[in-house]
Ligand binder design. Structure first.
Ligand code: NAP
Length: 318
């Protein structure tokens, strides 16, 4: 079809998003990444009006500058720290994302990581699978119900985590950029103060420059040898070197991690230490949620090309 707008994907997208995209757009699938196709990309670039990617995608100022006809960037994810939004805005390019539909999954995973690291479920499972049960029981674990939970980032997902924690009889406190007087939880002005008052510290802020290494050696020291860190935000929010040191030295009790500084590379220490549970950025990775996210990413694009406002533009573009 001659008049379909042209779109560049900047991630390997699932077929349930790729198929509808191909119905409405001429799709250039990651053409910019392939050095062998650089002439093809240079030829297509002036016609590309849309970008579609995932929460982990990079859309740099340089890429935006190479696409003079670009109008809209649709991210299938709530986090868009890989997109240079300032560069997009300065060109009048709209940016959309997919908030809310993934709150349940990410909150579920945060609780799952808390239970896994506290109750040592992966270690216990390995114990049984290795045939070691007859040799003796597992060492006693840490009770999670009733413990003190600190949430760094009390937004959509942070509140979904808090809701679940209440069902476990946990005491919930939080930090964020600003206090939320309508919420029935104690506010601490800094992650360090929150960590000092927490048994479990869950990180669920956006990534990007403003939160880079927000969780540093000082925060981990405040969490202390009985404390557990859970990161379901972005790898950049935690100082990974300081975290490894704290885990090695017993500075904190353990960590449950969905995200890492240099994904998909995970430092050997985090893959081998016994007091760590690691999963490969699966916060929103269920069939149901990924379909809902794909529908929202598509809806943002369709709205734009129907000359409507994006149903879920990022805050900077509203
Ligand atoms: P949200 O509703 O915008 O909430 C973000 C929260 O972080 C807000 O409470 C905000 O404070 C707080 N915050 C922002 N900057 C901060 C700073 N510098 N210091 C302290 N707190 C800060 O976002 P959401 O929908 O809950 O998503 C949060 C993030 O989760 C996403 O941006 C993404 O990075 C991550 N995520 C990860 C996965 C995964 O697969 N692991 C999946 C989805 C999302 P205020 O309320 O005061 O503004």
């Amino acid at each position: 079809m001659p008049n379909k707008p042209e779109l560049l994907t900047v991630a390997k997208l699932a077929p349930f998003l790729m198929q509808p995209l191909q119905q409405s757009f001429t799709v250039h699938d990651r053409l910019h990444e392939n050095a062998a196709e650089s002439a093809a990309f240079a030829a297509a670039a002036p016609r590309i009006r849309a970008i579609c990617g995932s929460g982990e995608s990079k859309v740099s100022a340089e890429l935006i500058a190479r696409l003079p006809a670009l109008e809209v960037i649709s991210i299938m994810g709530v986090g868009y720290d890989g997109v240079d939004v300032a560069a997009a805005k300065s060109r009048g390019v709209m940016v959309g994302h997919t908030p809310d539909v993934l709150n349940d999954d990410v909150a579920d995973l945060a609780l799952a990581l808390m239970l896994n690291i506290a109750r040592r479920i992966p270690q216990a499972e390995r114990h049984v699978r290795a045939g070691k049960w007859p040799e003796g029981p597992m060492p006693l674990a840490r009770k999670m119900s009733g413990a003190r939970l600190g949430i760094v980032g009390m937004g959509r997902i942070g509140q979904a985590i808090a809701q679940r924690a209440l069902a476990f009889g946990m005491t919930v406190a939080y930090t964020a950029r600003s206090a939320k007087p309508a919420l029935p939880f104690a506010f601490h002005a800094t992650p360090r103060e929150l960590a000092a008052a927490s048994d479990f510290l869950v990180v669920i802020t956006p990534g990007g420059a403003a939160t880079r290494k927000l969780i540093d050696a000082e925060v981990l020291r405040a969490l202390g040898p009985e404390g557990y860190l859970i990161n379901v935000a972005r790898g950049s929010v935690v100082d990974e070197t300081a975290l490894i040191e704290a885990l090695r030295s017993g500075g904190i009790a353990g960590a449950g991690l969905d995200v890492f500084e240099n994904e998909p590379q995970v430092p050997e220490a985090l893959r081998t230490l016994d007091n760590v549970v690691v999963v490969p950025h699966i916060g929103s990775a269920t069939v149901q949620t990924r379909h809902a996210m794909a529908a929202r990413a598509l809806a943002n694009l369709q709205a734009h090309f129907a000359r409507q406002p994006l149903p879920s533009a990022v805050p900077e573009c509203r």
